[in-house]
Design a binder for this molecule. Structure first.
Ligand code: AR6
Length: 179
């Protein structure tokens, strides 16, 4: 299943580019500790936002695994970018808990900043090596656990880069929402 609605909050999984989500108030960056540009998600977001984003990020760096910070989106069509540092799999421990913290902290910042819609990539599953299936379970369980506490956010989108990744998230969403 690619969509699930509960208490008026929509969770959806789509295939796409995180830097091309103009209908979302905030997009989430899978960042590095220094909040600089990089490969994958960080590269796409910094390229889209332009140099102002790295300049705004400078004062917040470095961040720790599991932490999230919020900035403007500069030349991107969104209002905010929320930058999360995921755990490097097998290095930053406990990696499950640190990955869950990324999602919890990003949603907390969204609530505090009046963000009604937020798009997440599959944090840590690229360069940082987190197995996709475990990461999908943690991401979706964390978001589902937080749903009852959300007052402002009403739309949470997972943007997966490949068809296969989308399939894993969609299957995990079905499994996680079975009564
Ligand atoms: N849109 C959506 N998903 C993407 C995109 C995109 N444009 N590009 C890649 N993915 P990664 P990490 C997928 O490596 O593992 C960076 O260089 C990708 O297929 O971006 O948290 C930073 O500088 C994978 O499934 O993030 C850090 O040093 C997922 O997004 C480090 O890599 C995350 O891949 C962060 O590593």
């Amino acid at each position: 299943m690619t969509q699930f609605k509960s208490n008026g909050i929509l969770i959806e999984c789509i295939q796409g580019n995180i830097a091309e989500q103009p209908d979302m108030a905030a997009i989430v960056n899978a960042s590095n500790a220094q909040l600089r540009t990089g490969g994958g998600v960080a590269g796409a977001i910094h390229r889209g936002a332009g140099p102002g984003l790295a300049a705004e990020c400078r004062e917040f760096a470095p961040i720790r695994p599991g932490q999230a910070i919020i900035t403007g989106a500069h030349r991107l069509p969104n209002r905010h970018v929320i930058h999360c540092l995921g755990p490097v799999y097998g290095v930053d421990e406990p990696s499950d808990e640190l990955l869950a913290s990324c999602f919890r902290n990003a949603l907390k910042l969204a609530e505090e900043n009046d963000v009604e819609s937020i798009a997440f990539p599959a944090i840590s599953t690229g360069v940082f090596g987190f197995p996709l299936q475990s990461a999908a379970k943690i991401a979706l369980k964390t978001v589902l656990d937080v749903l009852p506490d959300l007052a402002r956010v009403n739309h949470i989108r997972f943007v997966l880069f490949s068809d296969v990744d989308l399939q894993v998230f969609a299957e995990t969403l079905s499994a996680s929402t079975k009564a």
